[in-house]
Ligand binder design. Structure first.
Ligand SMILES: Cc1ncc(COP(=O)(O)O)c(C=O)c1O
Length: 420
């Protein structure tokens, strides 16, 4: 076998993985038609493209009253506001996710309370969520991270007992199902991002699935400058303009035509990848929960014992990338995000909320271990290149393991260069 590609050897894979997003003439025609129609914007809400898109999206996901918005961060903010959650209320968020999951409650004026993750799936640990509940807790915001779903049975049971609103962050889970029910249809709200890297994309965008028509009417009002959207026209809210444009929605309608075939392709290759990875020493697969009946995902995470791969997780990520495999380091532990610096949010000024934002004193052992020491994340593109794409991934990881001493030396050289 050749030298590691980071050391100048030939990469395992020289052919690029399939690009994302996928497009063809249909997308160009759909956007052209909207341009010609003159109906570009999202007002009045919903326009014809938007209406069609959310109807089909909710049908695909298996339920919910949908509202279309500009991204998958405001969807969560609007969900909380529609449920009357705001100033001083506490919202439980997991310690391993994109910063938006905590930024959204802060935008609503609420306080994100960080809950450590279950090391077996890197999603919010229900027992720790329950332990974090106080009289101010109003909502729980689990994230279906990577190819995992949070334990929704446990979360819904806790929410029921403590009368909490559940907002599922499904930015990674379009098409995923829990006991046959669509992600985002289990809680009071399901929030989906349609940002360009996501597996269903309109360039930028978000869909909020609401459990009741009443919640959806309130959410629609909030995104439409406070105009009433209830049948009697009586419910005004404190709203803004978070409407998606018809140009974006048109792209969504075409993307939906391709979605299920792409998701099926990824799920088929997932089983094959897991078989290959489970044969590599020092690799730990995350939990395969039988209740997670359809695995549709945006990125795929697994854990390594770094000592069996040269000592440094990010060294392995860099080595995989050099071998032609789209891999990433993933998210930081939530308690380490700059978001909580007082300079970035007045909520985080220690004198205002001394109890919450002393991040240096907050430890999330599982998220810190997962995010900083052991997790490796693969891009969804790895799963759309057939069995060869998976074989190349497994070959690259074995190659790295075989040459772990050389990788460790390379990492030391990089670190020394950064110190200089
Ligand atoms: C877990 C998670 N939640 C929320 C978001 C926010 O979505 P958007 O970028 O559409 O605001 C993302 C997007 O990257 C995400 O990964």
């Amino acid at each position: 076998m050749s030298k590691l590609a980071v050391l100048g050897g030939a990469p395992v894979r020289s052919e690029p993985y399939p690009q994302w997003p996928v497009f063809d003439q249909r997308d160009i025609d759909a956007v052209t038609e909207v341009v010609r129609s003159g109906r570009w914007g999202g007002f009045p809400y919903p326009g014809p493209q938007s209406k069609e898109f959310i109807r089909r999206f909710a049908e695909m996901q298996g339920g919910g009253y949908p509202v279309l918005m500009v991204n998958g961060t405001v969807t969560m903010e609007v969900a909380l506001r529609a449920a009357n959650i705001g100033w001083g209320d506490e919202v439980l968020v997991p310690a391993m996710t994109f910063q938006a999951t905590a930024a959204a409650p802060m935008a609503a004026g609420a306080i994100p309370v960080i809950v450590d993750v279950d090391p077996e799936n890197y999603c919010m640990y229900p027992k720790k969520a329950e332990a974090a509940i106080t009289p101010r807790t109003r909502a729980i915001l689990p994230v279906h991270l990577g190819a995992q779903m949070a334990d929704m049975d446990a979360i819904l049971e806790i929410a029921e007992r403590y009368n909490l609103v559940v907002v599922e962050d499904c930015a990674h889970a379009h098409g995923a199902k829990w006991c046959g029910r669509g992600a985002g249809t289990l809680g009071h709200f399901g929030s989906f991002s349609l940002q360009s890297s996501k597996i269903l994309t309109t360039g930028e965008g978000g869909v909020l699935l609401c459990r009741t028509q009443e919640l959806a009417d309130r959410a629609a009002s909030i995104i439409d400058c406070g105009r009433p959207h209830d049948p009697e026209g009586k419910v005004f809210t404190m709203g803004g303009n978070y409407r998606m444009s018809e140009l974006h929605a048109a792209l969504g309608n075409v993307a939906l035509e391709r979605f299920s075939a792409q998701a099926k392709q990824r799920e088929e290759m997932l089983g094959y990848l897991e078989e290959s990875l489970s044969e590599i020493p020092g690799v730990r697969l995350l939990r395969r929960d039988p209740r997670h009946t359809t695995r549709s995902f945006y990125m795929y995470g697994f854990a390594i014992d770094p000592d069996q791969f040269g000592g440094e997780r990010l060294g392995v990520v860099a080595a995989l990338e050099a071998e032609g495999i789209p891999a990433e380091g993933g998210y930081s532990p939530m308690n380490r995000y700059d978001l909580f610096q007082p300079s970035n949010s007045k909520l985080a000024v220690p004198s205002a909320f001394p109890k919450y934002f002393k991040m240096e004193e907050l430890h999330m052992p599982e998220a810190e271990r997962g995010a900083e020491r052991e997790s490796i994340w693969l891009d969804e593109r790895v799963f759309r290149a057939g069995p060869q794409g998976i074989d190349d991934m497994a070959t690259a990881l074995r190659k790295i393991q075989d040459q772990r001493n050389e990788l460790a030396q390379w990492v030391e050289v990089q670190k020394a260069a950064m110190r200089r």
